[in-house]
Design a protein around this ligand. Sequence first.
Ligand SMILES: [Zn+2]
Length: 200
Amino acid sequence: MLPASLKTLIDLLSRLPGLGQRSATRLAFYLISQPTADLNNLAQAIKDLPVKVKHCPRCFNLTSNNDLCLICADKKRQQNLICVVEDILDIIPIERTKQFGGVYHVLGGLISPVDGLTPDKLHIKELIGRIKQFLAQNIQPELILALNPTAEGDTTSLYLEKILKPSNAKITKLSRGLATGSDLEYADETTLINALKYRH
Ligand SMILES: [Zn+2]
C-alpha cells in the first residue's frame, strides 16, 4: 500500500544499526514532512561519505581526503607516543579528556579467531612498520594499549606485547579503572583521565 520509493527507504533505513522495521517506518514518515532543501542536504551528505571521508594512511583514523588526519598532521603532538585503539570511535572519548598529547593507531578490530579476526586482518603490520621507523631513527616509541577490557582485548594486548617484545618499544596499558567488559567508548572522562595517567 505504500509508494515503492517510500518502501525502499524504509527497507534501507531498517538495515541501519538500532533501527527496526517500526522505527524505520516512523523515521521515513518524519522525513516526508521535512523541507526539500533539508532532504537534499541529508542525501548529499550521505552521498559524499565514500568520496570525501577516507582513512588516514598512517593511523587509520578518519580524514577528509587522502592526507594524514588532523591528529597525525599536528606538529605539536608527540609522534612517538602511540595510543593503540580498537576502532575510530575509541579516539573520541580519549580526545575529549584533552590529556593525551600523542597520536593513535586504529587496529580495526580485536583478535577473535572464532569471528575470523586473525592478526593479519587487523592493522598490526602497519603498527609494526611505524615502530620500526622510529627505531631506525634511534627514537624510542611508546605504545599505550587502550583496548577494551574484554577477552578479545586481552588476547590482542598479549599478542601485541609478544610480537613487539624484541623491538624494545616501551609498552604500557591503561590502568584498570575501567570496569572489566566495559566499553572505552562509554567510559566517563575522569575514569579515562586516570586510566591514562596511571597506565602501567
Ligand atoms: Zn592519522
